[in-house]
Design a protein around this ligand. Sequence first.
Ligand code: ADP
Ligand code: ZN
Length: 595
Amino acid sequence: MQSALHILEHVFGFSQFRPGQQAVVDAVMAGENALVVMPTGGGKSLCYQVPALAMPGMGVVISPLIALMDDQVRGLREAGVRAGALHSGLDFQQAQAMRNACEVGALDVLYVSPERLLNQAFTDWLLGLKLSVVAIDEAHCVSQWGHDFRADYLRLNEFVQRLQSTPVMALTATADARTREDIVQLLGIADAKRFITGFDRPNIQYRVVPKQKTREQLVKFIRQEFVEQCGIVYCRSRRATEELAEYLQSKGIEALAYHAGLPQEDRLKRQRQFTRSESMVMVATIAFGMGVDKPDVRFVVHVDMPFSVEAYYQETGRAGRDGAPATALLFYGGHDLVRAMQMISEKDAPEAVIRADQARVLKLAGICELVSCRRQALLSCFGEQSSACGNCDNCLTPAQSVDATESAQRALSLVYRTQQSYGVGYLVELLLGKNDELARQRGHRDLPIYGTGKALNEKQWRSLYRQLIAAGYLAVAPHGSLHLNETARDILRGDTRFHLRLETQSAKQSSRRAQMAPHTSERFEVLRKLRKELADEYDIASYMVFNDATLIEMAERLPTTYGQMLAINGVGDKKMDKYGQQFLACLRNLEAAAS
Ligand code: ADP
Ligand code: ZN
């Protein structure tokens, strides 16, 4: 039996376990059940892959998405692991060959889709084999109502109960305590040791920018920071994804649209193209979700505001799974907040549900309006305390705010004077003394407040109203009319001061390229080219050769000997054999050029 550390070094090429991984591996290898909660990109897969390789028998991984499974198997094989998968995508002969391999002990890791385990004959067969560990990935599926895979996951309990001494692991990135307890209860592993790591994703830079001309802003962002890189752009509507993808293409940026309205085979095909690509932008609705297991997504952009912090955090978490720097950019402002609040208020749902949904939107809006560290605020939503991060826009370029109490009073009292019946657009016109005719008809032309707000321009007034909504002083009713909340009185009376966040254009950009020294960035590009050639030659995704984090380390450290190369994170024995010479030759050239 090889030690876990030996496997970590030689198979995966990593010198150390990450915080959290070691304890999980130790517990599982000691035969204990485990619940592992780690953020996306935290390194959950190693937690079961290492024990599966270190212990006698075959590790079984239950994973819901066939497309992902095949990629994972492929990636493992690249590292020299004897991995395979059994799922409904195989024909009879393929499945038979796979079963034979399992029976003769030729596999270390077998991926299985959950519905397979509903089949009695299949579980009988599986339980007849020597198993090292059973890992249930995406374990939150068992808990969430209406989840696509919930029925299959619930039935896993029966399988788990039939396992004798094989340790069971449930893994998820889902944070909340209720889901965690549901998982262990519903899977029947109440004794599982809990391993919960923090939710921070330090390599993701969080940024919020004022939404103005979204398309132009987006093109500029990609051109300045992410030329020929992969990213996801989330939009609210299907049509928007198609239009935006087309626009990006017209600007010479490789882009595809993805949404639930596309035929299933198109969706699969596009997802595959994206996974393989090194330079594609996927413009998608939230239908592009759990199946996105691409480690080198360098940015996630939200063109429209998501409906909750949880959704936002999960979606941005798809960036930078490989641990290399990545960016999450949210366009915020314009009519977005009002529209979101209005959409919710017009839903056919009980008052309490509408309130709760609006509160979720406001929580995210509050984070968008912050002048302090955004990561700190995001993490506190998940019950985590942290200090200012140094890697969000507010930390990098401190935002400005001014006391705007008087303007806020004016804005609020206008809502009151107009019987709380109008939306932002009209109210701003009144403040600026515009739309004379309509104001006259409605009897607002003679309000003393009419036309007294010329000290601010339209954009500033809109921003002020938005911030009053985000801070909960104003509510948005159906049709977008604004209402005063109880707390508005504190401002009107002057008991509470109101600070307005000034909109700055964009924070100091520090994408990966900007963070790298210029010569490192040039070398990285050279290495990237070689990687692409090799990936094409072997017909695999580039990240399966080496991921971005590994290439960056090579570009920084310029290894030129066999030993130095092996010391790079992500360079294991098998990959050294397969690609080492070519990368060493390339690096030696780079070194010669440098000296
Ligand atoms: P998760 O399943 O939690 O989303 P993964 O298992 O895919 O995360 O791991 C994310 C990335 O972190 C992968 O690129 C992986 O190679 C890398 N990684 C995992 N463990 C380590 C480690 N101990 N040292 C260096 N990199 C690691
Ligand atoms: Zn910060």
